[in-house]
Design a protein around this ligand. Structure first.
Ligand code: NDP
Length: 335
Protein backbone atom coordinates (compact mmCIF):
# COMPACT_ATOMS: atom_id res chain seq x y z
CA UNK A 1 0.00 0.00 0.00
CA UNK A 2 1.55 3.26 -1.09
CA UNK A 3 0.88 6.25 1.14
CA UNK A 4 1.87 9.90 1.33
CA UNK A 5 2.95 11.15 4.74
CA UNK A 6 3.45 14.68 5.97
CA UNK A 7 7.10 14.69 7.11
CA UNK A 8 7.71 18.38 7.91
CA UNK A 9 5.72 21.54 8.47
CA UNK A 10 5.89 24.41 5.96
CA UNK A 11 7.09 27.89 6.81
CA UNK A 12 4.87 29.98 4.56
CA UNK A 13 4.34 28.29 1.22
CA UNK A 14 4.42 24.48 1.38
CA UNK A 15 6.74 22.51 -0.91
CA UNK A 16 6.88 18.95 -2.21
CA UNK A 17 9.59 18.26 0.43
CA UNK A 18 6.95 18.46 3.16
CA UNK A 19 5.59 15.14 1.83
CA UNK A 20 7.06 11.67 1.41
CA UNK A 21 5.88 8.61 -0.48
CA UNK A 22 5.99 5.56 1.81
CA UNK A 23 5.29 1.86 1.19
CA UNK A 24 3.49 -0.06 3.89
CA UNK A 25 1.90 -3.50 4.18
CA UNK A 26 -1.86 -3.90 4.64
CA UNK A 27 -2.59 -5.98 7.76
CA UNK A 28 -5.16 -8.76 7.90
CA UNK A 29 -8.74 -7.69 8.58
CA UNK A 30 -10.10 -7.82 12.13
CA UNK A 31 -13.82 -8.41 12.71
CA UNK A 32 -15.87 -5.32 11.73
CA UNK A 33 -13.17 -4.05 9.39
CA UNK A 34 -13.41 -3.31 5.69
CA UNK A 35 -10.61 -2.93 3.14
CA UNK A 36 -11.26 -0.26 0.53
CA UNK A 37 -9.32 0.30 -2.69
CA UNK A 38 -9.41 4.08 -3.05
CA UNK A 39 -10.24 5.21 -6.59
CA UNK A 40 -10.06 8.97 -6.12
CA UNK A 41 -8.51 11.21 -3.51
CA UNK A 42 -9.92 14.67 -2.89
CA UNK A 43 -7.50 17.59 -2.51
CA UNK A 44 -8.94 20.51 -0.55
CA UNK A 45 -7.67 23.90 0.65
CA UNK A 46 -8.38 23.03 4.33
CA UNK A 47 -5.46 20.58 4.19
CA UNK A 48 -3.08 23.56 4.17
CA UNK A 49 -4.32 24.56 7.63
CA UNK A 50 -3.85 21.02 8.93
CA UNK A 51 -0.17 21.11 7.90
CA UNK A 52 0.49 23.78 10.55
CA UNK A 53 1.42 22.92 14.13
CA UNK A 54 -1.02 25.39 15.64
CA UNK A 55 -4.46 24.14 16.51
CA UNK A 56 -7.28 25.75 14.53
CA UNK A 57 -10.87 24.49 14.55
CA UNK A 58 -9.34 21.07 13.89
CA UNK A 59 -6.28 19.21 15.22
CA UNK A 60 -3.09 19.46 13.13
CA UNK A 61 -2.14 16.60 10.83
CA UNK A 62 0.40 14.52 12.78
CA UNK A 63 3.86 14.19 11.23
CA UNK A 64 4.93 10.86 9.68
CA UNK A 65 1.36 9.69 9.26
CA UNK A 66 -0.87 9.38 6.20
CA UNK A 67 -2.16 12.80 5.10
CA UNK A 68 -5.86 13.08 5.86
CA UNK A 69 -8.32 13.49 3.03
CA UNK A 70 -11.65 12.46 1.58
CA UNK A 71 -11.69 9.43 -0.72
CA UNK A 72 -14.06 7.36 -2.81
CA UNK A 73 -13.43 3.74 -3.67
CA UNK A 74 -14.59 0.17 -3.71
CA UNK A 75 -14.76 -2.46 -0.98
CA UNK A 76 -12.30 -5.25 -1.84
CA UNK A 77 -12.51 -7.28 1.41
CA UNK A 78 -15.04 -7.16 4.20
CA UNK A 79 -15.52 -8.56 7.69
CA UNK A 80 -18.47 -6.26 8.29
CA UNK A 81 -22.05 -7.36 7.60
CA UNK A 82 -23.05 -3.88 6.35
CA UNK A 83 -20.48 -3.82 3.55
CA UNK A 84 -19.86 -6.33 0.80
CA UNK A 85 -17.14 -6.65 -1.81
CA UNK A 86 -17.92 -4.34 -4.73
CA UNK A 87 -19.76 -1.70 -2.70
CA UNK A 88 -18.83 1.83 -3.74
CA UNK A 89 -18.04 3.97 -0.72
CA UNK A 90 -17.06 7.48 0.32
CA UNK A 91 -14.92 8.06 3.40
CA UNK A 92 -11.84 9.74 4.81
CA UNK A 93 -9.24 7.29 3.59
CA UNK A 94 -6.40 9.78 3.29
CA UNK A 95 -3.58 9.98 0.74
CA UNK A 96 -3.13 6.24 0.19
CA UNK A 97 -4.15 3.50 -2.21
CA UNK A 98 -5.83 1.16 0.29
CA UNK A 99 -7.71 2.03 3.41
CA UNK A 100 -8.39 -0.37 6.26
CA UNK A 101 -11.41 0.92 8.15
CA UNK A 102 -13.21 -0.09 11.29
CA UNK A 103 -16.63 0.30 9.73
CA UNK A 104 -18.46 -0.43 12.99
CA UNK A 105 -18.27 3.29 13.83
CA UNK A 106 -21.22 5.09 12.25
CA UNK A 107 -20.42 7.50 9.45
CA UNK A 108 -16.77 6.55 8.79
CA UNK A 109 -17.75 4.89 5.53
CA UNK A 110 -20.89 5.61 3.49
CA UNK A 111 -22.21 3.49 0.63
CA UNK A 112 -23.01 5.54 -2.46
CA UNK A 113 -25.16 4.90 -5.52
CA UNK A 114 -23.32 5.40 -8.81
CA UNK A 115 -26.28 4.63 -11.09
CA UNK A 116 -26.89 8.27 -12.00
CA UNK A 117 -24.00 10.03 -10.24
CA UNK A 118 -20.32 9.34 -11.06
CA UNK A 119 -18.29 8.08 -8.10
CA UNK A 120 -15.90 11.08 -8.13
CA UNK A 121 -18.82 13.54 -7.79
CA UNK A 122 -19.22 12.33 -4.20
CA UNK A 123 -16.01 14.21 -3.46
CA UNK A 124 -17.24 17.36 -5.19
CA UNK A 125 -20.71 18.60 -6.09
CA UNK A 126 -22.45 15.75 -4.23
CA UNK A 127 -19.98 15.74 -1.35
CA UNK A 128 -18.31 18.03 1.14
CA UNK A 129 -17.73 20.98 -1.27
CA UNK A 130 -21.33 20.83 -2.52
CA UNK A 131 -22.73 20.79 1.01
CA UNK A 132 -20.42 23.70 1.88
CA UNK A 133 -21.89 25.71 -1.00
CA UNK A 134 -25.39 24.72 0.01
CA UNK A 135 -24.95 25.61 3.69
CA UNK A 136 -23.45 29.05 3.11
CA UNK A 137 -25.93 29.95 0.40
CA UNK A 138 -29.13 28.53 1.88
CA UNK A 139 -28.55 28.91 5.61
CA UNK A 140 -26.56 32.15 5.72
CA UNK A 141 -27.18 34.17 2.55
CA UNK A 142 -30.69 32.79 1.96
CA UNK A 143 -31.22 34.79 -1.25
CA UNK A 144 -34.64 35.93 -2.37
CA UNK A 145 -35.56 35.83 -6.07
CA UNK A 146 -34.18 38.91 -7.78
CA UNK A 147 -31.38 39.49 -5.26
CA UNK A 148 -27.72 39.51 -6.33
CA UNK A 149 -25.27 36.93 -4.99
CA UNK A 150 -21.52 37.26 -5.57
CA UNK A 151 -19.06 34.40 -5.07
CA UNK A 152 -15.25 34.34 -5.19
CA UNK A 153 -13.22 31.36 -6.50
CA UNK A 154 -16.30 30.92 -8.69
CA UNK A 155 -14.92 28.21 -10.97
CA UNK A 156 -13.91 26.07 -7.97
CA UNK A 157 -15.58 23.08 -6.38
CA UNK A 158 -17.50 25.17 -3.85
CA UNK A 159 -17.90 28.42 -5.80
CA UNK A 160 -19.29 26.79 -8.93
CA UNK A 161 -22.09 25.17 -6.94
CA UNK A 162 -22.87 28.39 -5.03
CA UNK A 163 -23.77 30.35 -8.16
CA UNK A 164 -25.84 27.55 -9.64
CA UNK A 165 -27.78 27.05 -6.39
CA UNK A 166 -28.37 30.83 -6.30
CA UNK A 167 -29.73 30.71 -9.88
CA UNK A 168 -32.08 27.86 -8.93
CA UNK A 169 -33.48 30.24 -6.28
CA UNK A 170 -34.05 33.00 -8.81
CA UNK A 171 -31.13 35.18 -7.77
CA UNK A 172 -28.59 36.92 -10.01
CA UNK A 173 -25.23 35.14 -9.73
CA UNK A 174 -21.95 36.97 -10.29
CA UNK A 175 -18.61 35.19 -9.95
CA UNK A 176 -15.00 36.26 -9.51
CA UNK A 177 -12.29 33.98 -10.89
CA UNK A 178 -8.69 34.11 -12.02
CA UNK A 179 -8.23 34.35 -15.79
CA UNK A 180 -10.37 34.48 -18.95
CA UNK A 181 -10.77 30.69 -19.33
CA UNK A 182 -12.19 30.25 -15.85
CA UNK A 183 -14.49 33.27 -16.29
CA UNK A 184 -15.79 32.00 -19.62
CA UNK A 185 -16.57 28.61 -18.12
CA UNK A 186 -18.36 30.16 -15.13
CA UNK A 187 -20.75 32.02 -17.47
CA UNK A 188 -21.04 29.62 -20.41
CA UNK A 189 -20.99 26.24 -18.68
CA UNK A 190 -22.15 26.99 -15.15
CA UNK A 191 -24.73 29.60 -16.18
CA UNK A 192 -23.71 32.52 -13.95
CA UNK A 193 -24.94 35.91 -15.17
CA UNK A 194 -21.44 37.41 -15.14
CA UNK A 195 -17.92 36.62 -14.02
CA UNK A 196 -15.15 39.10 -13.27
CA UNK A 197 -11.51 38.21 -13.88
CA UNK A 198 -10.04 39.65 -10.68
CA UNK A 199 -6.52 39.39 -12.12
CA UNK A 200 -7.46 42.16 -14.57
CA UNK A 201 -8.27 44.43 -11.61
CA UNK A 202 -5.18 44.71 -9.43
CA UNK A 203 -6.60 47.25 -6.98
CA UNK A 204 -9.76 47.53 -4.89
CA UNK A 205 -10.99 50.61 -6.78
CA UNK A 206 -10.90 48.94 -10.17
CA UNK A 207 -12.39 45.71 -8.83
CA UNK A 208 -15.18 47.62 -7.16
CA UNK A 209 -15.94 49.45 -10.44
CA UNK A 210 -16.16 46.07 -12.20
CA UNK A 211 -18.51 44.84 -9.47
CA UNK A 212 -20.66 47.94 -9.86
CA UNK A 213 -21.07 47.21 -13.56
CA UNK A 214 -21.85 43.52 -12.97
CA UNK A 215 -24.19 44.18 -10.04
CA UNK A 216 -26.33 47.20 -11.01
CA UNK A 217 -28.62 46.66 -8.00
CA UNK A 218 -25.76 46.22 -5.53
CA UNK A 219 -24.79 43.03 -3.69
CA UNK A 220 -27.22 41.27 -1.33
CA UNK A 221 -25.20 38.16 -0.59
CA UNK A 222 -21.49 37.40 -0.81
CA UNK A 223 -20.03 33.91 -0.51
CA UNK A 224 -16.43 34.45 0.61
CA UNK A 225 -13.74 31.96 -0.40
CA UNK A 226 -10.71 34.20 -0.82
CA UNK A 227 -10.47 37.32 1.40
CA UNK A 228 -8.26 40.38 0.90
CA UNK A 229 -8.93 42.91 -1.81
CA UNK A 230 -11.85 40.94 -3.24
CA UNK A 231 -13.66 41.23 0.10
CA UNK A 232 -12.80 44.95 0.31
CA UNK A 233 -14.22 45.58 -3.16
CA UNK A 234 -17.41 43.61 -2.39
CA UNK A 235 -17.91 45.58 0.84
CA UNK A 236 -17.96 48.81 -1.17
CA UNK A 237 -20.90 47.49 -3.25
CA UNK A 238 -22.81 45.74 -0.46
CA UNK A 239 -26.44 46.70 0.07
CA UNK A 240 -28.08 47.45 3.40
CA UNK A 241 -28.91 44.19 5.24
CA UNK A 242 -26.64 42.14 2.98
CA UNK A 243 -25.22 38.84 4.20
CA UNK A 244 -21.74 37.39 3.92
CA UNK A 245 -21.11 33.65 4.30
CA UNK A 246 -17.48 33.42 5.46
CA UNK A 247 -16.47 30.08 4.03
CA UNK A 248 -12.75 30.45 3.32
CA UNK A 249 -9.95 32.99 2.98
CA UNK A 250 -7.48 31.13 0.80
CA UNK A 251 -5.41 34.26 0.07
CA UNK A 252 -4.13 34.05 3.67
CA UNK A 253 -3.58 30.29 4.06
CA UNK A 254 0.21 30.57 3.87
CA UNK A 255 0.20 33.12 6.67
CA UNK A 256 -0.17 36.28 4.57
CA UNK A 257 -1.89 39.07 6.52
CA UNK A 258 -5.41 39.84 5.22
CA UNK A 259 -6.43 43.20 6.63
CA UNK A 260 -9.95 44.52 6.08
CA UNK A 261 -10.05 47.99 4.57
CA UNK A 262 -13.37 49.32 5.80
CA UNK A 263 -14.95 47.23 8.59
CA UNK A 264 -17.18 50.20 9.47
CA UNK A 265 -19.27 49.26 6.40
CA UNK A 266 -20.55 46.26 8.38
CA UNK A 267 -22.26 48.75 10.67
CA UNK A 268 -23.19 51.31 8.04
CA UNK A 269 -24.84 48.60 5.93
CA UNK A 270 -26.20 46.59 8.92
CA UNK A 271 -24.57 43.49 7.47
CA UNK A 272 -24.67 39.94 8.78
CA UNK A 273 -21.33 38.14 8.52
CA UNK A 274 -21.20 34.53 9.59
CA UNK A 275 -18.38 32.03 9.46
CA UNK A 276 -19.10 28.30 9.36
CA UNK A 277 -17.43 24.90 9.20
CA UNK A 278 -19.48 22.47 7.16
CA UNK A 279 -18.57 19.41 9.25
CA UNK A 280 -20.23 21.05 12.27
CA UNK A 281 -23.62 21.05 10.54
CA UNK A 282 -24.16 17.35 9.92
CA UNK A 283 -27.91 17.87 10.47
CA UNK A 284 -28.27 19.65 7.10
CA UNK A 285 -26.21 17.17 5.05
CA UNK A 286 -29.14 14.88 4.11
CA UNK A 287 -31.29 17.79 2.88
CA UNK A 288 -28.36 19.40 1.04
CA UNK A 289 -27.18 16.14 -0.56
CA UNK A 290 -30.72 15.38 -1.69
CA UNK A 291 -30.94 18.64 -3.64
CA UNK A 292 -27.36 18.42 -4.93
CA UNK A 293 -27.74 14.75 -5.94
CA UNK A 294 -30.97 15.45 -7.81
CA UNK A 295 -29.48 18.44 -9.62
CA UNK A 296 -26.35 16.51 -10.65
CA UNK A 297 -28.27 13.37 -11.70
CA UNK A 298 -30.58 15.48 -13.90
CA UNK A 299 -27.71 17.45 -15.43
CA UNK A 300 -28.82 20.74 -13.88
CA UNK A 301 -25.78 21.20 -11.67
CA UNK A 302 -22.61 21.30 -13.74
CA UNK A 303 -19.06 20.97 -12.50
CA UNK A 304 -15.55 20.56 -13.80
CA UNK A 305 -12.74 18.40 -12.43
CA UNK A 306 -8.96 18.59 -12.64
CA UNK A 307 -7.59 15.08 -12.25
CA UNK A 308 -3.97 14.32 -11.33
CA UNK A 309 -2.78 10.84 -12.25
CA UNK A 310 -1.54 8.51 -9.52
CA UNK A 311 -0.77 8.92 -5.83
CA UNK A 312 2.75 10.27 -6.42
CA UNK A 313 1.22 13.27 -8.22
CA UNK A 314 -0.79 14.33 -5.15
CA UNK A 315 1.71 16.73 -3.52
CA UNK A 316 2.29 18.77 -6.71
CA UNK A 317 -1.44 18.82 -7.44
CA UNK A 318 -2.09 20.07 -3.92
CA UNK A 319 0.53 22.84 -4.23
CA UNK A 320 -1.12 23.79 -7.54
CA UNK A 321 -4.55 24.01 -5.90
CA UNK A 322 -3.23 26.64 -3.50
CA UNK A 323 -2.04 28.67 -6.51
CA UNK A 324 -5.22 28.38 -8.56
CA UNK A 325 -3.77 25.89 -11.07
CA UNK A 326 -6.83 23.67 -10.62
CA UNK A 327 -9.90 24.27 -12.75
CA UNK A 328 -12.85 22.98 -10.76
CA UNK A 329 -12.64 20.17 -8.23
CA UNK A 330 -9.05 18.90 -7.76
CA UNK A 331 -8.88 15.12 -7.60
CA UNK A 332 -6.17 12.48 -7.76
CA UNK A 333 -7.06 9.34 -9.70
CA UNK A 334 -5.56 6.29 -8.05
CA UNK A 335 -6.97 3.52 -10.24
P1 NDP B 1 -11.31 25.59 -5.25
O1 NDP B 1 -11.68 24.46 -6.14
O2 NDP B 1 -12.08 26.85 -5.34
O3 NDP B 1 -9.76 25.89 -5.45
C1 NDP B 1 -9.14 26.96 -4.85
C2 NDP B 1 -9.22 28.23 -5.74
O4 NDP B 1 -8.93 29.37 -4.96
C3 NDP B 1 -8.17 28.25 -6.83
O5 NDP B 1 -8.53 27.54 -7.97
C4 NDP B 1 -8.04 29.74 -7.12
O6 NDP B 1 -9.01 30.13 -8.07
C5 NDP B 1 -8.43 30.37 -5.79
N1 NDP B 1 -7.25 30.98 -5.16
C6 NDP B 1 -6.16 30.38 -4.69
N2 NDP B 1 -5.31 31.27 -4.17
C7 NDP B 1 -5.89 32.45 -4.32
C8 NDP B 1 -5.50 33.77 -3.97
N3 NDP B 1 -4.35 34.03 -3.36
N4 NDP B 1 -6.34 34.78 -4.26
C9 NDP B 1 -7.51 34.52 -4.89
N5 NDP B 1 -7.94 33.28 -5.21
C10 NDP B 1 -7.12 32.27 -4.93
O7 NDP B 1 -11.35 25.08 -3.75
P2 NDP B 1 -12.66 24.66 -2.94
O8 NDP B 1 -13.86 24.94 -3.76
O9 NDP B 1 -12.45 23.32 -2.41
O10 NDP B 1 -12.65 25.66 -1.70
C11 NDP B 1 -13.03 27.03 -1.87
C12 NDP B 1 -12.95 27.73 -0.52
O11 NDP B 1 -13.88 27.15 0.39
C13 NDP B 1 -11.59 27.66 0.18
O12 NDP B 1 -11.32 28.90 0.77
C14 NDP B 1 -11.80 26.60 1.22
O13 NDP B 1 -10.92 26.73 2.29
C15 NDP B 1 -13.23 26.86 1.61
N6 NDP B 1 -13.93 25.73 2.24
C16 NDP B 1 -14.50 25.94 3.46
C17 NDP B 1 -15.23 24.97 4.08
C18 NDP B 1 -15.91 25.27 5.38
O14 NDP B 1 -16.45 24.37 6.00
N7 NDP B 1 -15.90 26.50 5.83
C19 NDP B 1 -15.37 23.63 3.49
C20 NDP B 1 -14.77 23.51 2.17
C21 NDP B 1 -14.07 24.53 1.58
P3 NDP B 1 -8.73 31.36 -9.07
O15 NDP B 1 -7.81 30.85 -10.13
O16 NDP B 1 -10.07 31.73 -9.56
O17 NDP B 1 -8.08 32.43 -8.24
Amino acid sequence: NRQIHLVSRPQGEPTADNFKLVESAVSALAPGQVLVRNHYLSLDPYMRGRMNESKSYAQPQPLNEVMIGGTVGEVVESRNEHFKVGDKVVGYGGWQEYQLVDATQRGVLQKVDTTHIPLAAYLGAVGMPGVTAWYGLVKIINPKAGETVVVSAASGAVGGAVGQLAKVRGARAVGLAGGPDKCRQVVEELGFDECIDYKQHPDVKSLSAALKAACPNGIDGYFENVGGKILDAVMLRANAFSRIAMCGMISGYNGEPIPMQAPQLILVNRMKIEGFIVSEHMDVWPEALKELGTLVATGKLKYRETVADGLAAAPEAFLGLLKGKNFGKQLVKLI
